[in-house]
Design a protein around this ligand. Structure first.
Ligand code: NAD
Ligand code: TDX
Length: 337
């Protein structure tokens, strides 16, 4: 079986590629990744020479580039589509790259995959497309889409294009919507790795607003297992929610992290709130649990301790990102970025 994974040099994509190579010996992977600021060859340095793996530096907005991959490396059995602009705060600065990659790029990828006769297309999406919850309730698969940030609006757009491909052409598409992931190799602009790396550097932990916004946290490997299950057993045209059943306020996350890192509580510093900050996300994942038998397996305390330990031991990885030298090896090798 040959699959195209998009965004394999990012956080979740790199875990997915590594997990498939380890657990699915019959699968070869072509990783289509443009190596934006969020991609990092270091994330897959340990498997880069695996004969079952190759990386193609192509943007999903580059139709001829994609067509060449599907023609020259084919036949491709499935696409697992993770490539995206993924950070809400960046989308508040400018939504344009989000529309280009998440909306336009997804549409081009859907078309190229369909024309190449790919049997299944997995659209990896997010709980943020459902909008924000009050104090109670949780998102189910038929909760109306109500995205609030340019990021989540662009992801909702890509979900609707995937749905339209199924409805119009009968293209075999499945959509997953997952809650907040955490774990090793997460880019240190996101809450948990930002707070850990700031804490390890003796810097403050900037908590937005009153710190009472709630997210439902899932360890990244649990997400990856769910993606594989949905790719192989999910029903065409359907949506599967994935979540950790693990709601925490940002203040609680910050307090747990300062305690794990033996820092004073004064390290947590309130800062002005994010514009349009969604108050609460919570995912009801009964459908994937009941129909496919998936469960989150990594307890929060264990996953978070593992994550702090990973960032402690991989200082060179995140320091080179924070000081901007992380792409130097690539520049040296290829002369361009
Ligand atoms: P990330 O930002 O860490 O990685 C994104 C990857 O996509 C990078 O390697 C980047 O180089 C690549 N990329 C960006 N634009 C591209 C383009 N035009 N063409 C080809 N490659 C491109 O993202 P992540 O956190 O790993 O998220 C992966 C996917 O999962 C995204 O679709 C995101 O919306 C979704 N998701 C993320 C979370 C989360 O908590 N991180 C939760 C639910 C869903
Ligand atoms: O410095 C910070 N301080 C802070 O209080 C940062 C970066 C974040 N926050 C808050 C904002 C959110 O309430 O922490 C929470 C988590 O923030 P992010 O890590 O930016 O994640 P979020 O906005 O919830 O979106 C994430 O989950 C869903 C991913 O970035 C998305 O790609 C995914 O779709």
């Amino acid at each position: 079986m040959r699959i195209v994974v998009t965004g394999g040099l990012g956080f979740i994509g790199s875990h997915l590629v590594r997990w498939i190579l380890q657990h699915q010996p019959q699968v070869d992977i072509i990783n289509v990744d443009a190596l934006t600021y969020a991609g990092n060859l270091e994330n897959l340095a340990d498997i880069a020479d695996n004969p079952r793996y190759q990386w193609q530096r192509i943007s999903i907005t580059d139709r001829p580039g994609l067509e060449a991959v599907f023609r020259d490396q084919g036949p491709i059995d499935a696409v697992m589509h993770l490539a995206a602009e993924s950070h809400v705060d960046r989308s508040i600065q400018s939504g344009v790259p989000f529309v280009e990659t998440n909306v336009l790029g997804t549409q081009i990828l859907l078309e190229v995959a369909r024309n190449a006769g790919v049997s299944r297309f997995l659209q990896v999406s997010t709980d943020e497309v459902y909008g924000s919850l009050g104090g109670t309730g949780s998102f189910v698969e038929h909760t109306p889409l109500s995205p609030n940030s340019p990021y989540s609006a662009s992801k909702a757009g890509s979900d609707l294009l995937a749905r339209a491909a199924f409805e119009t052409y009968g293209q075999d598409v499945v959509i997953t919507r997952c809650s907040n992931n955490y774990g090793p190799y997460q880019f240190p602009e996101k809450l948990i790795p930002l707070f850990i790396t700031n804490g390890l550097d003796g810097k403050s932990l900037p908590l937005y607003g009153d710190g009472l916004n709630v997210r439902d946290w899932l360890y990244v490997e649990d997400h990856v297992r769910a993606l594989w299950m949905v790719l192989n057993q999910g029903k065409a045209g359907e949506v599967y929610n994935i979540g950790g059943n693990n709601e925490r306020s940002n203040r609680e996350v910050a307090q747990t992290l300062v305690s794990l890192m033996h820092l004073p509580e004064t390290a947590i510093v309130p800062v002005p709130d994010r514009l349009g900050h969604d108050r609460r996300y919570a995912i009801d994942s009964s459908k994937i649990q009941e129909t496919l038998g998936w469960r989150p397996e990594t307890p929060w305390e264990q996953g978070l301790a593992l994550t702090v330990q990973w960032y402690r031991s991989r200082r060179a990885w995140w320091e080179s990102i924070k000081n901007g030298t992380y792409k130097d090896y690539y520049r040296d090798q290829y002369g361009t970025l």
